[in-house]
Design a protein around this ligand. Structure first.
Ligand SMILES: [Zn+2]
Ligand SMILES: [Zn+2]
Ligand SMILES: [Zn+2]
Length: 117
């Protein structure tokens, strides 16, 4: 009986030791993409470069204005582009939804020096 108790104690100690070494070996995983890093520093650098949450920039597709979050982009889209007039291109009939894209379209597709046939 006493022998088995000793063994049990020993086993417990081994388990504790194992747990401690597991903690010591704790890997640094990126929460976003599950990549593994050898050091916390490496992980931090990766997070800053790849998932820099504070500086995530959203660009308005209509006027290329930049926004820090989805909400302000939505507000901008509503306030600036929702009421925008439809501008049909007089050269090819394509409809553009803002003066910016209209100008861009003209510049790209119908440069002033292009031959009109
Ligand atoms: Zn990542
Ligand atoms: Zn815009
Ligand atoms: Zn056009």
């Amino acid at each position: 009986m006493e022998n088995s108790k000793d063994i049990l104690l020993l086993e417990n100690k081994e388990i504790v030791a194992l747990c401690i070494s597991e903690i010591g070996k704790k890997k640094n995983f990126c929460n976003e993409c599950k990549l593994e890093f050898g050091s916390t520093r490496g992980l931090r650098q990766h997070e800053g470069k790849i998932h820099s949450k504070s500086e995530k920039i959203l660009v308005c597709s209509e006027c290329q204005k930049m926004f820090k979050n989805k909400y302000s982009l939505k507000v901008h889209l509503k306030q600036v582009h929702e009421k925008s007039v439809k501008l049909p291109c007089d050269k090819c009939g394509k409809i553009l939804y803002s003066k910016y894209t209209f100008k861009n379209h003209q510049r790209k597709n119908h440069p002033p020096d292009a031959k009109i046939e």
